[in-house]
Ligand binder design. Sequence first.
Ligand code: ATP
Ligand code: MG
Length: 183
Amino acid sequence: MNEISLHILDIAGNSIDAGATSVRIDITESRLLNQLKVRISDNGCGMNPVVQKQAEDPFFTTRTTRNVGMGIPLLKYHVELCGGNFAIFSEEAKGTTVEAVFMLNHLDRQPVGSLSGITRILLMNEKGVEFILAYSTDKGSYEFDSKSIKEYLSIKSLNDHPLLTALSEMIKNNLCEIGAEAT
Ligand SMILES: Nc1ncnc2c1ncn2[C@@H]1O[C@H](COP(=O)(O)OP(=O)(O)OP(=O)(O)O)[C@@H](O)[C@H]1O
Ligand SMILES: [Mg+2]
């Protein structure tokens, strides 16, 4: 995984697996604070403290298809490699928040990458999970909310190729306008 957006895709995938109906991705990119803060929050099944502790261990997974889970340990490893902080806040039956705070100018920090691209993939999920992408920079902020867009367009699903292309272009343009590193 060579982009932070791909870590986000994996963590949001965990949220979908955890039965979330809504997943919120918050990113704050601040040159003033020299910080890139990424938070993925869901209203899924949550984790008890034991599972939460084990989730940071690469050899723990509730998967039945293979016996290692790498999503969380990989993100944690990468954040700590660049002098940042990693934390999980979770409550059973309530939900989970995964937070990674990177030093923005650290030479080993991976590029943020394509958030419009991963949002496109996330919107293709067949479970109808809603996504919010909120990005802020020192210059401004932008929020994409799948539920509001569906209501605005009076449609039940955004999973349509021409629409997904238009939405990912829209996200890209809005991120560009606030001077975001992400595309
Ligand atoms: N948002 C979440 N809600 C509830 N449980 C979670 C959540 N995220 C992770 N977990 C638990 O932590 C475990 C480890 O997650 P991790 O992403 O590291 O590996 P994985 O999803 O099992 O496998 P991989 O990411 O390699 O495909 C999961 O198997 C699951 O039990
Ligand atoms: Mg995972």
